[in-house]
Design a binder for this molecule. Sequence first.
Ligand code: NAI
Length: 499
Amino acid sequence: MSQPLAPVCVIGAGTMGRGIAQVALASGHPVCLVDPDAGQLDAARSEITARLGRKDPTAPARVEERLTTVTELTDAPAEPRTVVIEAILERLDVKQDVLRRAAAHFGESCVLATNTSSLSVTAIAAGVPDPSRVVGMHFFNPVPVMGLVEVVRGLQTADEVVETIAELAVRWGKSVAHVRSAPGFIVNRVARAFYGESLRLVEEGAAATETVDELMRSAGGFRMGPFELMDLIGNDVNFAVTQTVWASYHYDPRFAPSLVQSELVAAGRFGRKTGRGYYEYGEGAEQPRAVAAEVNAEAAASAVPVVLHGSDDQLETLLSRSGLEFDRKDSDTPRIEFPGMGSAMITRGRSAREESYRRSEPVLLLDRCLGPATATALALASTDAPLTDVVVALLDRARVRAFPVADVPGLVVARVLSMIANEAWETAHHGVATPEDIDTAMLLGTNYPMGPFAWSARWSTSSLLGLLDALWSSYRDPRYRASYALRSAALGIPGGNHE
Ligand code: NAI
């Protein structure tokens, strides 16, 4: 006979606690939900029953059978095999106190999991008599929908405790990303660059927020742009997480918060919940739309015949999508030559002016995209108006809208995604998680279109490294220092262990 499923005690019946209780119940575990607020317990019970009942009309009866709710932890059934998962307010002393009391109530063999999103699992564990029983089990909101759990190993967590929680998460239909206790774990750390670098671009006047959002969706393949997403999450919440992660990494400039966002927070413009953030949400408010370059119909004709120098998947795909005939020439510097006019190149992290100066010809830089076959927008920066006209016309033939942005190093998608990837390489380099787990976490925890290691491979590690080094040369800001792991992989240095 198989062993009965371990009892689960969820402490805290708020947004996360009720979601966790729901998935545990749906998998057949007996669940005890603890919250000093009886109103929260009642609300949690009705919400769980209604949500499970929508899928299966017999579920509510089973919930009644298997769900206990108590306002005092000491009233929870004291089964020794209990898996305790706390989802109470985000304060170290309060979490330590609750887990200490849970350890005393359930005994030595219970597992103590914390759903903390920003506190150190090692620090939480240090407040409990046996820290080896404490582990992070970081769910994402809404718990029944999101497919990821970060299983966080504190400095003193026992292997079997990590295994128990990872197996449980898989049983509950989640994918697990293993992570060593480090600020932001994987998702809240690697995703910082998505917001932080986008804010830098806006701060520098590279593009308007709506243009960055449009490009991240239509060229980057992200479901939402960074500014609309910050407005949805709440700028107060997003800013607080950024500040915590920044402080936890001892004020590393890679994580530095933006004055653009702190001003917004100071003004109370938190986003959708206050009716105004980067955008307006009041009644009748219209969202600004990114403005694409106008197409000059005559320009297309003047562009032929073009020559593709060297090999680059994005340039080649855009040319074939445009239906234009083109010749080929060997070259180490991939570009499309418009004879007598200049060249279009993919950004390498330098400005168009610098590339033009080096080449002694007009240059138009195209941003990178994640899927050249499907992208519907691209940013560009150019040193020459007639060259811009022919490239915009070519892109139009390829059904790609062109968005001119200021001539900043690295443009938009290439720059933001390189910074995300760099953070991913650094996370792996410091042994916080494997590249596979980082990609899983970013795909499932944030719904990224690909994992950062997958796009590192698609764009090539050497092009990412080149872009970051060029950003560093331009700004001399240590936030742009490339991870040694990325550099090793790009240069093929033996012993680079993350390729
Ligand atoms: P919430 O505010 O919705 O719920 C917290 C619940 O804990 C409340 O019902 C409160 O009465 C209860 N509580 C407070 N002190 C308690 C105690 N000593 N004993 C028992 N219950 C107590 O908070 P939410 O959003 O569910 O967050 C809970 C935890 O999950 C926090 O650590 C948060 O950082 C983390 N988290 C939150 C996510 C989110 O998107 N909301 C995502 C991932 C993690």
